[in-house]
Write a protein that binds this ligand. Structure first.
Ligand code: G3I
Length: 452
């Protein structure tokens, strides 16, 4: 919302309060015409349900029957990776990748391409390379593989797992990263040039909830979108144990709000709460319009890379598990005309001090649910550029549990937020955003902005 008043300097003005209730009932009964397979159930809301596939298992009739009947998206578990497709520099081998693709197409499924660049499963020759020689080999690999599969891939994981675990929010060290920080955007540009029809995704793990790592990815995606780097989607692997992160939906939504699709790309869940957790992940995706589909990382428990953890939807003998039934029920509950499962209130409150010359305004967009919220704060410069800014918020009945793109003074009461290095400069009339997650109520934040 644009502010027009210039007459009352430094006086807080409440400009707009708009409140919309989204969904308010508990689990809907299955639709009368509930679908009986995962793919068909997901398709009712325009989504897909996929699985990772291993070429070596396609001859197993139990495996291939479940694949054909239940799933409508396929990811090659290993066969489109760098070590499989370019075992020697400049010599490409697509035999197993093509087998999977042709099987999927024969079944009426689409294909997610996985993965053009990943620091693991590099062929030995690439592992031994560094610098500009490696950069050239990387870009050639992206171009060649994306060209081979041109027009046949729904979405490519262009780059996989480039961010570090832990609290840094930064990139993971690898020989790919050491070729220069721009390697990810260079890969996305090369992929777009080779296959303009494929959606181009960044994919990672431990990014399923709001945390330092997912915020690092979020900042990269936001930067890419602002500079026109071609990115269309973000994959959240969701290798989980017992529970989905409580803020998974909010995390998916904040990425979607950047203008990218989001997808659950490698789902598997170990532990005794498996069936509930699978339903929670399903509902998190269904609640986000731009969450276009879910892929599980294998079919039967003994197909999983997590040996002995039984994290998938089918038993070793191919029987449906309780987790399967809970996913199917959740997908069927999203049938148009039925209801959603949580109570959420989205409130957009715009509060400002008049920027005057050299000042700034702060507005907040609040996504509040029962026990917490995500606040996104937009800082807009007045008629002069900013070289730094401070936003003050009031958290009278809330505690900040995580934040991104700003430094903060505390976590409750009066909280001051100051720019970080990369968003200190805001041109006249321009804007930047930061955000935070909190427990409690986010109403009455009343952000005010001052130039530093
Ligand atoms: O094919 C060879 C076989 O010939 C050999 O005898 C055997 C001996 O170890 O190895 C076989 O290759 C294995 C391959 O899976 C196929 O089974 C590799 O050793 C093994 O490392 C490889 O593991 C894969 C792993 O990525 C590699 O890091 C898993 O199958 C695959 O599920 C896993 O998938 C990754 C995603 O790509 C990215 N996100 C995490 C996910 C789980 O780690």
């Amino acid at each position: 919302m644009k502010l027009t008043s210039k007459s009352v300097a430094l006086v807080p003005i409440i400009v707009t309060v708009a409140t919309a209730a989204i969904g308010a009932t508990l689990i809907a009964p299955p639709a009368a015409n509930a679908a009986s397979t995962l793919g068909a159930a997901a398709a009712q809301s325009g989504r897909y349900y996929g699985t990772a596939v291993a070429a070596s298992k396609l001859g197993d009739s139990t495996y291939s029957n479940i694949l054909r009947t239940e799933f409508n998206m396929v990811t090659a578990e290993n066969e489109m990776k760098w070590d499989a497709t370019e075992p020697n520099r400049g010599q490409f081998n697509y035999s197993n990748g093509d087998r999977i693709l042709n099987t999927a197409v024969g079944n009426g499924s689409r294909v997610r391409g996985h993965a053009l660049l990943w620091y693991q499963q590099e062929p030995g020759w690439a592992q031994r390379m560094e610098g500009s020689d490696l950069r050239q080999a990387m870009m050639n690999h992206v171009t060649q593989v994306a060209t081979h599969y041109k027009g046949k891939i729904y979405a490519w994981d262009v780059v996989n797992e480039a961010f570090a675990d832990g609290n840094s929010g930064g990139r993971r060290d690898s020989n790919l990263q050491r070729t220069g920080n721009d390697w990810i955007e260079a890969a996305f540009r090369a992929a777009r040039a080779a296959d303009p029809a494929a959606k181009l995704c960044y994919n990672d793990y431990n990014t399923d909830g709001i945390n330092a790592k997912s915020t690092g990815v979020y900042n990269m995606v936001r930067d890419f979108k602002s500079r026109g780097v071609p990115i269309d989607c973000v994959g959240f692997q969701a290798h989980l144990t017992n529970n989905a992160p409580s803020d998974m939906r909010q995390n998916l939504q904040r990425f979607a709000d950047l203008g990218v699709d989001v997808q659950i790309t490698e789902l598997d869940i170990a532990g005794s709460n498996q069936a509930n957790a699978y339903a929670d992940v399903t509902r998190a995706c269904l609640a986000v319009t731009r969450c276009t589909g879910i892929t599980v990382w294998g079919i039967r428990d003994n197909d999983s890379w997590r040996t002995g953890e039984n994290p998938l939807l089918f038993t070793n003998s191919g029987a449906k598990k309780a987790a399967y039934n809970s996913v199917l029920a959740a997908l069927n509950s999203a049938d148009p005309g039925t209801t959603t499962t949580t109570t959420t209130t989205t409130t957009t409150t715009t509060t400002s001090n008049d920027p005057g010359t050299g000042g700034c305004t702060a507005t907040v967009s609040l996504n509040q649910w029962n026990e917490g919220f995500v606040a996104t704060i937009k800082v807009t410069a007045g008629s002069s550029a900013l070289s730094g800014w401070t936003v003050t918020t009031t958290l009278s009945s809330a505690t900040v549990t995580g934040s991104w793109s700003a430094n903060r003074s505390g976590n409750s009461g009066t909280v001051n937020w100051t720019n970080v290095d990369y968003n200190a400069s805001v041109p006249a009339g321009g804007s930047t955003e930061f955000g935070f997650q909190g427990s409690g109520s986010g109403s009455g934040l009343n952000p005010t902005c001052a130039a530093r």
